[in-house]
Design a protein around this ligand. Structure first.
Ligand code: MG
Length: 372
């Protein structure tokens, strides 16, 4: 049998509009940028991967840095190599390129998509076996006012599309943010719950002061209230045993996960395939959580159906995904560069069952959103 090798790698930038501007703690965005990666094997199979970040504020990477790292440093390492030895290729990348986890995850995604298509099996079978065939999805409320958020939540619950929510905070003073979150939680508590995500913008004292009120308002979790490096602060909040503390920015890599677990600094890990450096690493993070009695939540970097499919393949194999997910990216974008988007309905996202990631590129849309 002729040996199959990696023949060609191309990375393109896409800018896709979103349905409405989204306020993070640090920035407001009105479109989302992606790296679209194609890895072509010598047998003609093309695997696709998608790289995207919440923004450069999040971990220091952007789509532009990902494209540069892939073009300049990853491609020479992978060309003419055997794609079957994916783990060895990933280790080689790790030895030669420090950090840049979002870029590495994009490469892993395209390699596993190619292998899945070649073997004619979905990516989740390359990763292990499924624990669930669908996982719950929360929607992020971001209308701009508490009344608007309560109204939006009620509409989603009535239509059956989503029944649990997250709210972004960090734009206002921590004190005002806390009060706004409590108002939203109290406004929707009859039918659903919210988690709060200040993206590391609060301080220890504000967080401690409001923990009791968050608990009384029925808030589900407090995600990354403190800056990523303040693991000791997270441990103090977790020790209060009020609202469960979720680590996101603090819990990026498998090493971070170990450090947090040892410090009892989180009740929940928010997983993200890009921050961990790929789907396999994400499952390793979940394993550290499982052994430490920590629950998992399926986080998003707001991917299109390509990256979202990769997330679902990984998350749906994780037994301790107790808090569901926030994989609403395809619903939040105004368009999706695939022929058939992933299925999100009745508050769940379904695991694709076609070979590879299970999504097919729509080349016309790709051309329309290609950065010139
Ligand atoms: Mg977060």
């Amino acid at each position: 049998m002729e040996k199959v090798t990696i023949k060609n790698i191309t990375a393109q930038l896409l800018d896709i509009p979103i349905k409405r501007p989204h306020q993070f703690s640090a920035v407001k965005v009105s479109s989302k940028s992606f790296v679209l990666l194609k890895v072509e094997l010598s047998n003609g199979i093309i695997g696709i991967g998608e790289g995207t970040t919440p923004g450069i504020f999040w971990n220091g990477e952007s789509v532009e840095t990902m494209k540069l790292v892939i073009d300049q440093y990853v491609t020479p390492l992978l060309l003419d190599q055997d794609p079957v030895l994916t783990e060895a290729l990933l280790q080689k990348m790790n030895r030669q390129i420090r950090g840049n986890y979002f870029a590495k995850a994009t490469v892993e995604m395209a390699l596993l998509d190619a292998l899945g298509k070649w073997y004619n099996i979905p990516v989740h079978q390359l990763l292990g076996t499924l624990h669930k065939d669908k996982i719950p999805v929360r929607w992020a409320l971001a209308s701009g006012t508490p009344e608007g958020d309560i109204e939006e939540a009620k509409e989603y619950v009535t239509s059956g599309k989503y029944d649990n929510f997250k709210t972004k905070s960090g734009k206002e003073a921590p004190e005002d943010d806390a009060k706004r979150s409590i108002r939203i939680a109290e406004g929707i508590r009859a039918h659903s719950t919210i988690g709060i995500d200040p993206n590391g913008s609060w301080d220890r004292l504000t967080s401690m002061k409001w923990m009791g009120d968050f608990f009384d308002a029925g808030i589900d979790f407090l995600e990354q209230p403190l800056p990523p490096q303040d693991v000791e602060g997270l441990a103090r909040l977790a020790a209060m045993k009020k609202v469960p503390i979720m680590a996101d920015e603090s819990a990026s890599t498998i090493d971070d996960a170990m450090r947090l677990a040892k410090a009892d600094a989180a009740d929940i890990f928010s997983l993200k395939i890009h921050k961990a450096g790929g789907m396999k690493n994400t499952i390793k993070v979940a394993g550290i959580a499982e052994a430490s009695g920590i629950s998992c939540f399926g986080g998003t970097s707001l991917e299109s159906s390509i990256g979202t499919a990769a997330c679902v393949h990984a998350y749906a194999s994780i037994p301790n995904l107790d808090y569901g997910s926030e994989l609403f990216g395809p619903d939040w974008l105004a368009d999706d560069p695939v022929k058939e988007p992933v299925t999100i309905k009745d508050g769940y996202i379904y695991v694709p069952d076609k070979p590879g990631l299970g999504v097919e590129l729509d080349e016309e849309k790709v051309s329309a959103y290609l950065r010139q």
